[in-house]
Structure formats: C-alpha cells, structure tokens
Design a protein around this ligand. Sequence first.
Ligand code: G3H
Ligand code: 13P
Ligand code: ZN
Length: 284
Amino acid sequence: MALVSVSKLLFQADKGGYAVGAFNANNMEIVQAIIRAAELERSPVIMQASQGAINYAGLEFISGMVKIAAESSSVPVALHLDHGTDFEQVVKCIRSGFSSVMYDGSKLPLEENIAMTKKVLDIARPIEVSVEAELGKIGGTEDDIHVSEKEAMYTDPEEARYFVEQTGVESLAIAIGTAHGQYKGEPRLDFERLAQIKSLVKIPIVLHGSSGVPDESLRKAIKLGVCKVNIDTNIREALVWTMRKVMAENPAEIDPRKILGPARDAAVEIIREKIRVFGSSGQA
Ligand code: G3H
Ligand code: 13P
Ligand code: ZN
C-alpha cells in the first residue's frame, strides 16, 4: 500500500470517535515494531520522524524504510515529520516522500506562526501532503516550571479559533498539560480547555507528550476530540529496558540481533497496548 496522508486517517478517526497512534521511528527495529503492532491490531498507523531522528538515521534511510514497510503492509501507513521547525527541512521531507508534515511555529509570535504555517500549506496542499500546526507551548518534563507559568503556556481557545480560521490548517497540536519525556508525577490534563478548543475549531486535535499519561485520561481526551496521539518515550523505554535486561542476563552476548530482537518484541507489545487504548484496533 502507498503511504496515505494523515488528514485522511484523522478525518475517519474524528468521525469514528477514536484516535490514530503516531509513533516516533528512529531506527529499523522501531519501524518494524510499529508496522507489526499495527498489523496485529488491524489498525491504521502514523510513523513519525523528528528532526533528531532524521539527523540520526538520515532522511533517505528513514523515508526509505517506512516506504518499504508501507508497501508490504496490510494496513494504511502515513509518514509524518514531527516538530518541523525549519522550513527547508519541511520542504526536504516533502520532496523525500513524506505524506504529512508538522510545522511547529509554537515558539514564534502568533502572526509569524500563522504566516509560516500558511507558507507550508501553500506548498503541501497542492500535492495532498497534510499539515499539522502547533499553538501553545508543549514543553519537556525536564522544564522545571511552576504550575501558573505552565498554564500561561497552554493553548488559548480563542487564539486557536483565530489561528485555524487564518491558516486553514488540517490538524492542531495543543498544550493542555502534557509534556515530552518521562513525567515526574502524574500529568493533569486541562479537559475543560480541550472541550472549549474543540467547540471552536472543527479540525482534529493532536495530543503530544502522551507517554505516561494514564489510559483513562487518554480515553477522555479522545472522547473530547483528540484524533492523533503522539508516543515516543514509551517506545524508548521498552527498547532500552529490554536491551539492558538481556545484556545483564547474558553479559557475554555480542550478537546485536540477540539484544535488539527481544527489544523490538517489547516495543511491539507497548505499541499494541497503546493502539487498543486509542480505540483504533480493527479500523484498518
Ligand atoms: O517531540 C519530541 C519527540 O519525542 C522527538 O524527540 O527530538 O529526541 O527525536 P527527539
Ligand atoms: P512522548 O515522548 O512524551 O511520548 O512525546 C512524543 C511526542 O509528542 C512526539 O511529538
Ligand atoms: Zn511532540
């Protein structure tokens, strides 16, 4: 199957009341784990590569691996750029065959974020590449900031309405209390804000920093309009914890396949669990 656009998957998810998992891919084992999990669950899936992943694996390797995986896949697969902050990088990803890109202008002043998002839409829309934007600031869990400061970074519902009206963007990542990385305590999501935003913008909402968010909170967010859920940290944990365990139990092992193989299996399991929580099993 050829790569599909994220908008197409999210349109169906919005109608069906479920979310599509967007899993970060950094290497071959993760690409294979994502496809395997999606096929076992009969679920559509989004593979996403961050700028860091592209620097690590190489743009052509990432897009090549995902295209090969998608071609032989029995479920729909999208390839998405995660947190593209550089216009040139966004264009390079589109040229290399990504079916979707995120333009992350969240650190820019509002009008600049709007202008840059429109610039990306102008080149992506005619060739049916979908575009996600970000409004509000989704930090990292390592950002040691006070709750009131955090809330100041949350997405403002009226601003979200204005942003979507001005840009015509297809999906929107919002800040409602999640953060990237491992949480120190339990994350608290601002569901009221999410509901307000969804009542003002009619497009699919994207939740970032979703590793470590309790399943019940994820289900509630999906009910309120989240259609794409981003997971990276939980896959890193499954891989690395398994690698450590295998190496501790077999200190003489020097065959990387014997270490990475079980790690890949652990990644399949966590991705399957997430897909079930998102409600997309059986939707492919
Ligand atoms: O949103 C951030 C993702 O987890 C990607 O992280 O930039 O370390 O690849 P990364
Ligand atoms: P986590 O690493 O917290 O799951 O966040 C992933 C993400 O938002 C990628 O854009
Ligand atoms: Zn993110």
